[in-house]
Write a new protein. Structure first.
Lengths: 402, 249
């Protein structure tokens, strides 16, 4: 990569989301630190992980301190590799071939900053061919410093016929941090392999969040993702892209709960590059208080036969909340069947009346409706992960009624 | 000592906003009784049930709703439900994301219902296969009505207000729902059944205490099955109205 081009990209805004002046953040300086354990505990609670899960976390990074607890012992029996990315790139020759391959450093200022100043912090996970990792792998990326820029590069390779369930929690304690989180994630799903990826975000009203994700799913592989954000942010913008080869499939679920004066620009794109590939985008967006949610979703049919479907639903539950749903389907082949449905509404009085007539108070009725709206049934996710998501959704629903 | 009535409507008047839709409604329902409200479209049957339950925008503007000696006229629906009044809506709303079985479990938990009663209702109404679906989503008319009746009777209400459970459903579903009403009556509940068809009434004939004929926003006649139903059968509902005016128990 030409370093000059990347330097030029430092001023290149993203096509979506508010542009952010990166000089607001402390980028590139290396200051020694001690981990704020109470802060870490608080973030874990906010993510709904609970202490039991937290004790089993496989990779924990707080700011730039890596506390890689149980990862080696738990995964060594599978022959899997979990390392900080910088270490994997240094130790494993082959690892470099996966680095900055799906995401160009020049995409925008956030990728450029991560490439130039991130020093390859983040996690690298490799699962060998045919290896099915039964227990979910938990990774946590936390920020406790103020005015800090957490620039991460995560690489996950699930080799041919292998399976991995990965759950990542990112967050800050609920106190001012005025920090930036950029996560570059490059995921490779081998032939006939399967990766399920769950990401839960718990940020604060002054946080700027810019994840950048790309996934390459090889022949007959499957990628399932589930993204939940329910905390306020200054702004969050993400637009993961999933490339599907022959017979590959994907389901991308997202749940966005807008609060405060936050701006959430959350998209997903599926590119049907292979014959008989199929993809689905399911998004639920709840707009409260003064929040603005831009729910983008796009499916491109490049090669057919292939199928794609977008379901984007919004619920406006605040006088000043805004939701914009922007589903796009585009095809350059007559053999791609692409459909979409999008709807935005408010909590219906009929629904509240109905539940009240069954004995629910108005608050209980609203909470039940919100919980139901946000619950995307995803049978492909493991039980343990669904439990975490369920707890998170219950937490959101209980807070939604004030 | 005066006998305590389960549900009593005393000169009830109902309005939707500024529009009066019902006036001077009187009715007494005792334990284990089945009362039928019959009347043409627009006569105020649905308005009356919703007003008893306290569902907006129906409002009791005159008179009183007395339940077990307590004036519950102004109580919100959830408190009435907790006292033991339940309503089966004519058109229950779709609640995507709320799984019918989980919702039923929650009601069972809240109201402390015995499993054998739940199973009896599930079988009688043939709704077990609907429990893994979202509430009323992608269901036929009969399925919606049967599920709604299940969720209403499930909590073993002291009085169940059933709003046209038989409208727009097949004969098989009408029979199942009639049997469920019998289950509720046999287990000690009372029922106020709104309908404008005679099929369900005939199926429940032996259990009916009174048939109340509602017309023009008031009850024009209350009588026994043998007084009212043959007249309607012979003359049709509209033809029977003029013959029934005035007779009230």
């Amino acid at each position: 990569m030409n370093r000059d081009e990347v330097l030029k990209a430092l001023t290149k805004p993203s096509p979506h989301g508010p542009d952010v002046d990166l000089s607001r953040f402390d980028i590139g300086s290396q200051t020694p630190e001690t981990v704020d354990e109470r802060g870490v505990e608080r973030i874990t609670e906010r993510l709904g992980f609970g202490s039991q899960v937290f004790r089993r976390v496989d990779y924990l990074q707080v700011n730039e301190s890596i506390v890689a607890k149980a990862m080696s012992e738990k995964l060594v029996k599978y022959g899997a590799v979990v390392l900080p990315t910088y270490e994997a790139l240094r130790k494993l020759d082959w690892a470099t071939s996966y680095s900055w391959r799906l995401i160009e450093p020049t995409v925008d200022k956030y990728t450029a900053a991560s490439y130039l100043y991130g020093r390859e912090y983040g996690f690298f996970i490799y699962v060998p061919p045919g290896t099915k990792v039964r227990e979910p792998i938990y990774t946590c990326l936390f920020i406790t410093k103020k005015n800090y820029a957490q620039l991460l590069h995560n690489i996950v390779v699930v080799d041919e016929g292998a399976e991995l369930n990965l759950i990542t929690g990112c967050g800050v304690p609920d106190q001012p941090t005025k920090s930036l989180h950029v996560g570059i994630s490059e995921f490779y799903v081998g032939r006939g392999a399967k990766l399920t990826y769950t990401m839960i975000h718990a940020w604060a009203p002054d946080m700027v969040v810019r994840p950048r994700t790309a996934v390459d799913v090889h022949e007959g592989g499957e990628y399932v993702s589930y993204y939940v954000i329910y905390s306020p942010v200054e702004s969050l913008q993400t637009y993961p892209k999933v490339y599907l080869r022959d017979r590959a499939k994907t389901t991308l679920n997202s749940v966005v709960v807008g609060t405060g004066s936050s701006i959430y620009d959350v998209g997903s794109a599926i590119i049907l590059k292979g014959r008989e590939s199929s993809g689905e985008i399911l998004s639920r967006n709840l707009g409260r208080e003064n929040s603005a949610i831009y729910a983008r979703s796009r499916i491109e049919g490049v090669v057919g036969p292939s199928r794609g479907h977008i379901e984007c639903l919004g619920l406006v539950d605040g006088p000043n909340a805004v939701i914009e749903s922007l589903p796009e389907i585009s095809s350059s082949t007559p053999e791609a069947v692409l459909t979409h449905e999008a709807a935005i509404g408010k909590i219906s009085e009929d629904q509240i009346s109905y539940l009240m007539s069954k004995g629910f108070s108005e608050e209980e009725a609203r909470a039940a409706i919100i919980k139901g709206f946000l619950s995307i049934e995803e049978p492909k996710l493991p039980h343990q992960i669904m439990e975490i998501i369920k707890r998170t959704i219950e937490y959101i629903a209980s807070r939604a009624t004030g | 000592m005066l006998r305590r009535m389960l549900l009593e409507l005393r000169n009830v008047g109902v309005a939707i906003g500024a529009r009066t839709v019902l006036s001077n409604i009187n009715m007494k329902v005792d334990s284990r009784e089945l009362h039928v409200l019959i009347g043409p479209n627009g006569s105020g049957k649905t308005s009356l049930l919703n007003a008893i339950m306290g569902i907006k925008p129906y409002e009791v503007v005159n008179g009183q709703v007395i339940f077990m000696d307590v004036d519950v006229t102004r109580e919100p629906p959830h408190l009435k439900a907790r006292r033991g009044i339940a309503i089966a809506h004519q058109l229950p709303p779709v609640l995507k994301g709320i799984v019918a079985g989980k919702f039923a479990d929650e009601l069972v938990r809240r109201y402390g219902v015995m499993k054998i009663y739940v199973d009896t209702l599930l079988e009688t109404l043939d709704v077990r296969y609907l429990l893994d679906r979202y509430l009323f989503d992608k269901m036929s008319g009969g399925e919606r009505k049967r599920l709604e009746m299940f969720l209403t009777l499930l909590v073993r209400p002291k009085v169940a207000l059933l709003d046209e459970p038989d409208s727009g459903v097949d004969i098989d579903s009408v029979e199942k729902m009639s049997n469920a009403i019998k289950v509720a009556l046999n287990s000690g509940g009372s029922v106020v059944l709104v309908t404008h068809s005679l099929h369900m009434i005939k199926l429940l004939r032996d259990h009916i205490k009174f048939v109340h004929v509602l017309y023009g926003g008031t009850i024009i006649h209350s009588g026994l099955y043998d007084e009212v139903v043959p007249t309607i059968e012979k003359h049709g509902l509209s033809g029977a109205l003029s013959r029934l005016v005035g007779g009230t128990h």
